[in-house]
Ligand binder design. Structure first.
Ligand code: KIV
Length: 303
């Protein structure tokens, strides 16, 4: 899927075709007056078709209906209710304290805000490691109680049996390889993974094993771009990169990072599209000043 300048032109055409087929950026944003109820839903089949046709899709995390709705209306294809909620919303240092009930709660909220995107719920630490049976039941709860259309779980070979059980029962599973934050204490830090030949080969084997087990997509986090491109080329199912270069079939970011809301977290894989923290600060300071000065509310803002 790597593209030369000449290829880029071809890919643009494919993107345009997809916009017609699946609603399109203009229709999604309402810029052309498109009816949002005409939007097609993003399904596992749509994502696989996008991969086959070289149409790169975009994913963001969300944890509530408010942001999920904005992202859905902006045309984001997959909304991930990530266990990153532990770091970015709950204020924990890691994702480990997040519970299944908390992910169900956030998934329910996200579900209410979304019409078009696929909603994927993360399986938090210890919700799938104890036994295949427990993992299976917990994945079912994320779908039944949370309204998720798919679940995501971290790990390769060790989760293959669990993934097979889920997919056999109709639960779509997204894999997650490379830097898997639930293993942070085992890794001893957030360094990139897959840099050694052995680790790179293991990631490739794990990716193929997850595909064989029926996973419909795999997140590749913080691994060398060449390795991610090789894994993407070796699989029929789409890969979704975060810190894994441009050779993946789609990209995902934690929304608070790309909007400039997160404090003190600037890894090089995050592109900050706005600085909402600064802008919110400015707006709130303006409000506070107006209240203090008696400039808010005005007569027009009063009854
Ligand atoms: O929890 C999360 O937000 C994630 C993404 C970073 C892929 O797993």
């Amino acid at each position: 899927m790597a593209s030369t300048d000449a290829d880029a032109g071809v890919e643009m055409d494919q993107n345009d075709q997809h916009d017609q087929l699946y609603g399109g950026a203009a229709a999604r944003s309402g810029a052309d007056g498109g009816n949002k109820h005409d939007y097609r839903r993003i399904t596992t089949r749509v994502l696989q078709k996008m991969k086959r046709e070289g149409y790169r899709f975009a994913s963001l995390t969300a944890y509530d209906a408010l942001f999920a709705r904005i992202f859905d209306e902006a045309g984001i294809d997959i909304i991930l209710v990530g266990d990153s909620v532990g770091n970015v919303i709950q204020g924990h240092e890691t994702t480990l304290p997040v519970t299944l009930d908390e992910i169900i709660y956030h998934t329910r909220a996200v579900r209410r805000g979304v019409q078009r995107a696929m909603v994927v719920a993360d399986m938090p630490f210890m919700s799938f490691q104890v036994s295949t049976n427990e993992a299976f039941r917990n994945a079912g709860r994320l779908m039944k109680e949370g309204g998720a259309e798919a679940v995501k779980l971290e790990g390769g070979k060790r989760v293959v049996k669990t993934v097979r059980r889920m997919t056999a029962a109709g639960i779509p599973v997204m894999g997650h390889l490379g830097l898997t934050p639930q293993s942070i204490h085992q890794f001893g830090g957030y360094q990139a993974r897959g840099r050694s030949k052995e680790e790179a080969e293991q990631i490739m084997r794990d990716a193929k094993a997850l595909e064989d087990a029926g996973a419909f997509a795999i997140v590749l986090e913080k691994i060398p771009a060449q390795l991610a491109a090789d894994v993407s080329a070796a699989l029929k199912i789409p890969t979704i990169g975060i810190g894994a270069g441009a050779g993946c079939d789609g990209q995902v970011l934690v929304f608070t990072d790309m909007l400039g809301l997160t404090v003190d977290f600037n890894p090089r894989f995050v592109r900050q599209y706005d600085n909402l923290r600064e802008r919110i600060n400015g707006a709130v300071a303006g409000y506070r000043g107006d209240v203090r000065d008696g400039a808010f509310p005005s007569q027009e803002e009063s009854y």
